[in-house]
Design a protein around this ligand. Structure first.
Ligand SMILES: Cc1ncc(COP(=O)(O)O)c(C=O)c1O
Length: 363
């Protein structure tokens, strides 16, 4: 006899478990991280905070919320921070969903939404997409009286595609007010300028809309684990009720505050990644790849013959010959695709060269 668990076990998953056969340094293009180290002021803030690590950070992240509010033109008491935005997705689910309830997502929606639904025992409902893009009409049609939350990422991971603001506004207007609409903007900074601010505007117009953001992508602080949620007044105290007391650690708070003072650095890095995205998308299209129209810091691509076997062989080839790690998307139902994060030009060039050699076949 053993204690009874309510969840299925989650195996520890290796990406590519074997060592790189040539002993090359690994180039991880599989996690949608930024390829740059923290800006000098961010590194300084981290070092300073490390010297005070005997003390707790602010439990309600006061300085960080104030800085986020000022930077984004939002009321700081409508902001809650979390240990990465993934914590806040869980927090929202714990507040609003229970077994028997439904959580609605888009067909190729971010994998974490499904994990979150599983954790609270809610049923996961998927609405079909059009051209690998969330379909607002299909989402609205999938709402039932048991729907409690609709999680929607724009741009979405792993597809990289995005729904325009007008469609999101239509969704917010059409959805029953009893369904929480969570708009995940983890990659929003890589979308056309102004998109994030406009999406935040929907929170002011609707009592049931919340927006999540992260420091893991454009701000390059994935290891610090800082995310935030902007929601209506009434919702924030409920989210605090479900969140741990000191989940954003003091070092992470200091790093995030410093990053908000380095917006020029953030903006120039985002510009470089977006320009590399255009360059790689064009080059891969010329090589015959299917390249989804990404608005994020990664591309979802499928090789010219479009078979899952070729995709798998290419994933292995990138690792074996260049040490490049990319992301397999078969678990998301995208067997013929692979996803890679845009990096600096030299690593992106290496990826292109390795892809070309793969297509040319053995010499
Ligand atoms: C769409 C999307 N949302 C949220 C997250 C969670 O990011 P974090 O917990 O690092 O803020 C990710 C991470 O990859 C993501 O792809």
């Amino acid at each position: 006899m053993r204690p009874r668990a309510y969840l299925d076990p989650m195996p520890v998953r290796g990406r590519i478990a074997r060592p790189q056969p040539k002993g090359l340094p690994l180039i991880n293009m599989g996690f949608n991280e930024l390829p740059y180290p923290p800006a000098p002021k961010v590194a300084e803030a981290l070092a300073l905070a490390a010297q005070r690590a005997q003390s707790y950070g602010s439990p309600h992240n006061d300085a960080l919320r104030a800085a986020l509010g000022a930077r984004n033109g939002l009321a700081s008491d409508q902001i809650i921070c979390g240990n990465g935005s993934e914590e806040l997705l869980d927090v929202i689910a714990r507040v609003f969903a229970r077994p028997g309830d439904e959580i609605l997502i888009s067909e190729f929606g971010y994998i974490q939404f499904a994990l979150t639904a599983n954790r609270v025992g809610a049923s996961l409902i998927k609405a079909s997409e059009q051209a690998f893009t969330s379909d607002i009409d299909a989402l609205v049609a999938a709402v039932t009286e048991r729907t409690r939350i609709l999680f929607l990422a724009n741009p979405n991971n792993p597809t990289g595609t995005m729904v325009p603001l007008a469609e999101l506004a239509r969704l917010a207007r059409t959805l029953p007010p009893t369904v929480v609409l969570v708009l995940d903007l983890a990659y929003g900074e890589f979308a056309p300028e102004g998109y994030c601010a406009q999406v935040h505007g929907l929170v002011a117009e609707h009592e049931n809309v919340a927006v999540t953001r992260t420091f893991s992508k454009a701000y390059g602080l994935a290891g610090a684990r800082v995310g935030w949620c902007h929601g209506p007044d009434w919702m924030i105290p409920l989210l605090y009720a479900a969140r741990g007391m000191g989940t954003v650690n003091a070092l992470a708070q200091a790093a995030a505050c410093a990053a908000l003072d380095e917006m020029d650095v953030v903006a120039s890095r985002v510009r470089e990644i977006v320009s590399e995205r255009h360059r790689l998308a064009a080059a891969l299209t010329t090589l015959g790849f299917t390249v989804l129209p990404s608005q994020a810091n990664f591309l979802l691509i499928s090789p010219p013959d479009g078979t899952p076997e070729t995709t798998e062989a290419l994933v292995e080839h990138l690792f074996d010959t260049a040490g490049i790690i990319v992301n397999r998307t078969r678990e998301a139902g995208l067997e013929r695709f692979l996803r890679f994060s845009l990096s600096r030009a030299a690593h992106n060039d290496l990826l292109l060269e390795t892809v070309r050699a793969f297509l040319d076949g053995p010499p």
